[in-house]
Write a protein that binds this ligand. Structure first.
Ligand code: ADP
Ligand code: MG
Length: 364
């Protein structure tokens, strides 16, 4: 067996999402051959890649079939999270992907989804930050149990910067960490805009694979400020299956989908999809209707990222300040992990296939 033999075999293994083979995509490195033993490393486009097993088996089969059926193949994985920024990186220069979590309606679970998405990506090995852009109704500080805490300041190049708080490995920033929560409620638009700008230019986010932005409900001023201030890689739409929520979700999709706002929609996740009582684990009750979000995604040709059940532990986790992804409810964690894996794949595909991310220059 030679390195060339191995590479030739692996050039038959497709990266399922990107539709090209591993060798063309430069995803194989460190081939070591010792008799019948061969090992190599595959560089994934996201640490949260749910296709690891699939890729591993395909690699093993390719080497055995095409090179040496006696081969003992070891596939190692590492990742280099993809990014597609072509802006000058004067803002959030160390952040590879900026993902806004949006919805039409309030209370559909944006903050819950954003928090647990951040945790699920981090559990997969990614460096993640979570920024609460809901200035009028912040909740990240509550969901992560850091209410009342204040971030530290640090000096960088003679300039004071805010060091984000860190919980469960996630860097956090929320207006609720800077001032009394009740104060911002009366702010006018310009103050809110400047708070958002401060969150990106004066907070020391450092190097991140993903910065998740928990957005306010609807399609307002803050949304425009965000897309005009940072290059948003893509948005994730949250909706419940209920008809009224779906109608509002359509507005959100329309806002980001419109031609002037070239922010791609990574996908849609349906929250509060069904209820399963603990004593009847095989029963699903569709309290808000069945598959409303899924059908909406199909209608608008948006990738569907999954269904999150209504579970008491999700609500309790949010209130207690321990998000479910940091707890031990395996079924709920699986729903969020599957969703996060699909989201991460969607982001990698977006980076591979669409135009580079830009700061939006829309006139309002
Ligand atoms: P939004 O940010 O869209 O306003 P939140 O994430 O704050 O929504 O969720 C609203 C409320 O619903 C919170 O109390 C939260 O704990 C609860 N909640 C959200 N998703 C679920 C779920 N899947 N199961 C149970 N409770 C949920
Ligand atoms: Mg919220």
């Amino acid at each position: 067996m030679t390195n060339e033999d191995i590479l030739k075999a692996l050039s038959n293994v497709q990266e399922p999402d990107l539709g090209k083979d591993l060798v063309t995509l430069n995803m194989v490195k460190d081939i070591v051959i010792d008799g019948n033993n061969v090992s190599f490393t595959v560089i994934l486009t996201t640490p949260a890649c749910p296709l690891k097993d699939l890729i591993m088996n395909a690699c093993i089969n390719a080497v055995k079939l095409l090179v040496n059926k006696e081969a003992k193949v070891t596939v190692n994985f590492t990742s280099n999270t993809s990014s597609n920024r072509k802006d000058a990186k004067t803002i959030l220069g160390g952040v590879k992907n900026i993902i806004a979590v949006v919805s039409g309606k309030g209370g559909v679970g944006k903050s819950t989804v954003a928090s647990n998405l951040a945790l699920a990506l981090s559990e997969g090995g990614a460096k993640v930050g979570l920024m609460d852009a809901d200035i009028y109704g912040p909740s990240v500080h509550i969901m992560f149990g850091v209410r009342g805490e204040r971030p530290m300041m640090r000096e960088v190049d003679g300039k004071g910067v805010i060091v984000p708080l860190e919980r469960y490995g996630i860097k956090l920033m929320s207006i609720g960490l800077l001032i009394d929560e009740r104060q911002a409620v009366v702010w006018r638009g310009p103050m809110v805009s400047s708070a958002i700008k401060q969150f990106v230019s004066e907070v020391d986010w450092g190097e991140l694979d993903y910065l998740i932005i928990d957005m306010p409900p609807g399609t307002g001023d803050i949304h425009l400020t965000v897309v005009q201030t940072v290059p948003v890689t893509g948005v994730i739409v949250v909706t419940t299956p209920q008809t009224v929520a779906l109608a509002d979700a359509k507005k959100g999709i329309a806002m980001f989908g419109q031609a002037q706002l070239k922010v791609p929609i990574i996908g849609l996740v349906e929250n509060m999809s069904y209820f399963t009582p603990a004593e009847l684990p095989n029963n699903k009750y569709y309290l808000f209707g069945k598959d409303g979000g899924k059908n909406l995604a199909e209608e608008f040709d948006i990738p569907f990222l999954g269904q999150i059940p209504i579970v008491q532990s999700i609500r309790e986790g949010g209130d207690l300040g321990i998000p479910v992804m940091a707890g031990d409810d395996a079924i709920v964690k699986k729903a969020f992990t599957d969703f996060a894996g699909k989201a991460a794949r969607g982001i990698a595909m977006r980076n591979a296939n669409l135009e580079p991310t830009e700061i939006q220059q829309v006139a309002v």
